[in-house]
Design a protein around this ligand. Structure first.
Ligand SMILES: Cc1cc2nc3c(=O)[nH]c(=O)nc-3n(C[C@H](O)[C@H](O)[C@H](O)COP(=O)(O)O)c2cc1C
Length: 183
């Protein structure tokens, strides 16, 4: 089983990391983590080359992600909620998924990515309203040919209860891992 995790948090030992750690403890197989704040993946510049040719003309770490996405079984989007959304840096990385839109809807090519399952893990300080971030994540998962998405796992009040102590969220993560592991 192969799982791609897109991590939208800048904090190495923060709340999103705690959720990702719990997920990894309960997942078997190969896991590839992309940290959006590493700065190794540039944002899409809408150059529109992918409207004419396959893939992306920007040669950075995203090329490895494209390769992994061809065959992996699961994609997990994990992020803090910033202004009710996924973090901007994660959206920058996600903008490179535009090649799949171009392939499907502009060049009208058949789907080449394996069929996948997905999950969304979110951490929010306590201002509420993670629904918008979840909906954005689900949309991105669909770009990556995810057909079944686990319900939102949210650590909702990290200002008062860090995700690493949020039993409800941690159980949610375990359940998400079980869902992803089911063949
Ligand atoms: C720029 C910024 C915007 C934020 N916006 C929200 C928000 O809209 N709603 C919310 O509940 N928390 C918000 N937060 C709080 C974070 O979501 C919260 O601290 C989260 O647990 C951080 O996760 P991390 O430790 O994985 O980075 C915001 C934090 C920052 C820095």
């Amino acid at each position: 089983m192969k799982t791609l995790i897109l991590n939208g948090s800048p904090r190495k030992n923060g709340d999103t990391s705690a959720l990702i750690s719990m997920l990894m403890e309960n997942l078997f197989g190969d896991v590839k983590i992309v940290n959006a704040y590493d700065g190794r993946i540039a944002p899409c510049t809408d150059c529109r080359a992918c409207r004419k040719v396959e893939g992306c003309v920007i040669h950075d770490e995203m090329q490895e992600v494209y390769e992994y996405l061809k065959t992996c079984d699961n994609v997990v989007i994990a992020s803090p909620v910033y202004f009710s959304e996924l973090t901007g840096q994660l959206l920058n990385v996600a903008s490179r998924l535009q090649i799949y839109y171009s392939a499907r809807y502009i060049r009208k090519e058949p789907q080449l990515l394996s069929r996948k399952k997905g999950a969304v893990l979110l951490a929010a300080g306590g201002m509420g309203d993670a629904e918008k971030a979840y909906q954005t994540a689900v949309r991105l998962l669909h770009y990556m040919n995810v057909h079944e998405v686990f319900p939102m796992v949210l650590s909702a009040n990290t200002d008062k209860l860090p995700a690493c102590e949020d039993m409800e969220a941690l159980i949610g993560v375990k359940n998400a891992a079980e869902f992803l592991s089911r063949l």
